[in-house]
Design a protein around this ligand. Structure first.
Ligand SMILES: NC(=O)c1ccc[n+]([C@@H]2O[C@H](COP(=O)([O-])OP(=O)(O)OC[C@H]3O[C@@H](n4cnc5c(N)ncnc54)[C@H](OP(=O)(O)O)[C@@H]3O)[C@@H](O)[C@H]2O)c1
Length: 378
């Protein structure tokens, strides 16, 4: 009896495979026609914004049971192969980076593979390897991104230099300490006082900061920064990136912190007002931004401010991305505020790192779908 059922299901799978095969070949034909038209018009085969639209469309229309991450992985392969088809039609190798993901896998562990990584301790929880490796694979870039749990930072930097590593992310607790160990810290990272990105080149190791770009993109999704007032809770590394981003983009920042000395120092550095955390009720602005770790997993039932203050803000953003929706954001939504999760900040600091390292636009939608599903599954 169960054998009959199994056979029936297998026949159903064969029928579906046949239908899928036909559809995939039809898609390949259309894609080849597009390749010909692009060739005639002298257009590039890799069309970043078009591919972003495809992933967005898939995420919006996916009804399951496959999750968005699984759908994105399948379509990532389909799109990579489509690009390769278009490249073959053109008959030139002018866009070597658009080889298929399968080709890049073959090259991934070759003698030419570029190595990138993340320096932190701990790093096992980091979503950066998932995000960057997916992007390398999708664009057919012969590179790999690894987690490095660092015991001794100076030795780690020297070792990376000696091994010809191309680039690295820097995370907790090394974002400040790293500056003294590298050859150049750019003006932005100097001003923020933290480095989250290393670029290894012939002239040594350069440090920069992309957290502020992530913060700006996250806040701009809520409201324009220019001429708006942002009440920033916290005075650590994340706060410095947010305050730098807000003031650089023409907004006003107010620093709110538990420790008065640290908070005042940050406020003075960026010419902002300071309010003690115990007096948060008196802080007025358009958007409240939490940059403290309060509410982060596993202490998900905590909030950095009493919920009564939320209603006076149009928008509330959190830099925490685990959980994606913190208690602060849930309460803010209930109070009628627009909200943004730290996930957006994390995603965009990563896409900017990818651009700095490879010179190419990162497939943000693909990275987003993969990381969101991984976070939800945790
Ligand atoms: N989304 C992203 O891409 C992204 C990027 C960077 C960081 N982050 C997140 O941002 C958070 C902060 O990181 P960080 O590097 O800025 O840390 P940090 O440098 O240690 O600063 C933490 C700040 O939070 C305040 N704080 C901590 N615990 C508090 C408590 N119980 N009550 C009141 N204030 C408290 C501290 O106040 P005192 O000065 O009084 O000690 C300090 O100002 C972390 O959760 C991190 O994961 C997210």
């Amino acid at each position: 009896m169960s054998k009959d059922a199994l056979d029936r299901l297998r026949r159903r799978i064969e029928d579906l495979d046949g239908a899928l095969l036909k559809l995939l070949n039809q898609r390949a034909e259309v894609s080849s026609e597009i390749g010909q038209l692009k060739g005639k018009d002298g257009l590039s085969i890799y069309d970043h914004s078009r591919e972003e639209l495809i992933f967005r469309y898939l995420a919006q229309h996916n009804e399951g049971p496959l999750n968005t991450s699984e759908v994105s992985r399948i379509f990532g392969e389909i799109i990579s192969i489509s690009r390769e088809l278009q490249s073959n039609i053109r008959g030139d190798d002018s866009e070597p980076h658009i080889r298929s993901a399968a080709d890049s896998d073959a090259g991934m562990l070759s003698g030419h593979t570029s190595v990138y990584g993340i320096l932190g301790n701990p790093v096992a929880h980091s979503m950066s390897p998932l995000m960057h490796n997916a992007a390398f694979r999708f664009l057919g870039i012969d590179a790999i991104y690894l987690p490095f749990e660092v015991q001794e930072l100076q030795g780690a930097v020297a070792g990376m230099k000696a091994l010809g590593i191309k680039g690295a992310s820097v995370t907790h607790p090394f974002k400040r300490e790293i500056s003294a160990l590298i050859d150049k810290v750019d003006d932005t990272a100097e001003r923020i006082g933290a480095v989250n990105t290393l670029v290894f080149g012939t002239e040594g190791v350069r440090g920069t900061n992309t957290d502020w770009i992530g913060a700006v993109r996250c806040l701009e999704a809520l409201l324009p920064i220019k001429d708006h007032k942002f009440v920033v809770i916290g005075a650590g590394g994340a706060a410095r990136a947010v305050v730098f981003g807000v003031t650089t983009k023409g907004g006003e920042a107010v620093v709110v912190n538990r420790s008065e000395k640290k908070g005042r120092a940050l406020a003075e550095e960026f010419d902002c007002a300071f309010v003690s955390l115990s007096e948060i009720e008196s802080a007025r602005g358009d958007c409240l931004v939490n940059t403290t770790p309060i509410g982060m997993y596993p202490e998900e039932n905590e909030m950095p401010v009493p919920k009564g203050v939320l209603g006076s803000f149009k928008a509330v953003a959190d830099v925490i991305y685990n959980p994606i929706e913190t208690m602060l954001l849930r309460e803010a939504e209930a109070a009628g505020c627009m909200v943004a999760s730290g996930f957006e900040m994390f995603l965009f600091q990563g896409t900017e790192q990818f651009r700095i390292w490879t010179g190419k636009e990162a497939p943000a939608e693909l990275m987003k779908n993969l990381v969101l599903d991984r976070l939800k599954a945790q």
